[in-house]
Design a protein. Structure first.
Length: 406
């Protein structure tokens, strides 16, 4: 089966963690026997050069190969933060032009596989109609619905969802919303992300801490993600304030791995909160960490905290669990499915997005104190070892191949 994958959410050499989960599934699908060619359209205009967060786009090659994938990075006209409705036109023009040349190079494609909604899906649907092939879409987060945006993207996506042949949703929550707005239920399969269990594996905690030069007497809480408000790091900071008062002998510390991203910058607000609460010696901003070093951090931590207000299938959670680290996680996206897939993985806490910060801190402190005592890290890592990217790819391929058989 020859698949043309289209996704604006995809890593580049200068942004290697941006949508890396899309790369991981597609590469695993290729390793399962599918021929996969990727179009990763990148927004660009002279205005982009004025913003530091877009600097990585300019140097991205038009073509590269990585793993088992051929990857193309064409540019489409876009203005940062403005006229988003225009992008469905400019991206469509760019994608269709390149796709036709790829068809001439590789031969006819059997499926079009889309991994973000806008501006990807309108272009993919027109291409699928032109070629007469099925189009599938993977829903990767509630943000993909563009709810309550001050433009036409929400309506555009709702309309496009009614036309798509097949949907893979990373969570029941997204599947239910898509059914509500577009009647996609009979065309939908729920398949969460996999994890690289060769990389994210158990390492004794003392070995990991020695590698990272972390003191053995700390109780380490870990958060991983872009420094944006919806990651909820500020709620764990509030919890840390309570925990240091309640359990002074535990020596709680909170390490945050991540930097500012394309969605914004919440770092200054976080640092201000840390300073106001007198926690500057207990909250550590570690910056962006290479993927190869993350397993040491997961294994060095006593507890992983996923405090997000919204996720699809959070890779950082499955990575932590695959290393044996127990977790407290917000009930967003596929979190409940992940946390109940095996015994003794940790605690699920209700989404605290609409809870006052101090109350949310109390709730997090309670959940952390109950969960940080969990042991059997090596056993936990072993039980999570079966949820690989190949496991995910096999399920996704079977789902995509079934289009038209329902």
């Amino acid at each position: 089966m020859r698949i043309l994958a289209i996704s604006t959410l995809f890593p580049t050499p200068n942004m290697p963690n941006h949508g890396v989960f899309v790369y991981n599934r597609l590469n695993a699908m290729a390793n399962e026997g599918a021929e996969v060619v990727v179009i990763n359209p990148l927004p660009w205009s002279p205005a982009h050069a004025l913003f530091k967060k877009y600097q990585g786009i300019k140097g991205t090659p038009q073509y590269r190969s990585s793993g088992a994938l051929d990857i193309y990075h064409p540019r489409y006209f876009s203005l940062p933060g403005m006229m988003k409705d225009l992008e469905s036109v400019t991206a469509k023009r760019t994608v269709l032009k390149l796709a036709n040349s790829l068809k001439a190079k590789y031969g006819a494609f059997d499926r079009i596989d889309v991994h973000w909604t806008y501006p990807d899906l309108p272009a993919a649907l027109e291409l699928a109609k032109k070629w007469g092939v099925p189009c599938s879409l993977t829903l990767r987060g509630m943000e993909a619905f563009y709810q309550n945006e001050a433009d036409n993207r929400e309506a555009t996506i709702a309309s496009a969802l009614k036309q798509v042949d097949h949907v893979i949703s990373l969570s029941k929550q997204m599947a239910e919303h898509a059914e509500q707005i577009a009647g996609t239920g009979e065309r939908t399969d729920i398949i969460r992300n996999g994890v690289n269990t060769e990389l994210f594996r158990y390492i004794p905690i003392e070995v990991a801490r020695e590698k990272l030069n972390l003191p053995p007497d700390r109780t380490i809480l870990l958060g991983v993600g872009s420094l944006i408000q919806r990651k909820g790091f500020h709620h764990v900071v509030e919890a840390l304030c309570r925990l240091t008062d309640m359990y002074p002998d535990k020596n709680f510390h909170y390490h945050i791995l991540g930097s500012t991203g394309l969605e914004g910058n919440f770092e200054s607000e976080l640092r201000k909160l840390v300073n106001n609460l007198g926690l500057t010696d207990r909250v550590h901003f570690e910056g962006s960490i290479p993927n190869g070093d993350l397993p040491y951090w997961y294994n060095a931590a006593d507890l992983f905290c996923l405090s997000s207000f919204g996720e699809g299938s959070p890779n950082v959670l499955t990575e932590a669990l695959s290393c044996g680290c127990p977790a407290v996680a917000s009930n967003v996206g596929s979190v409940m499915d992940i946390m109940t897939s095996e015994d003794d993985l940790g605690t699920v806490i209700e989404n605290q997005e609409n809870i006052p910060d101090k109350d949310a801190g109390d709730n997090w402190a309670e959940a952390i104190s109950e969960t940080v005592v969990l042991s059997d890290r090596e056993k936990r890592a072993a039980t999570m070892g079966k949820y690989t990217w190949q496991w995910c790819a096999r399920k996704a391929l079977a789902s995509i191949k079934s289009i038209g058989e329902r």
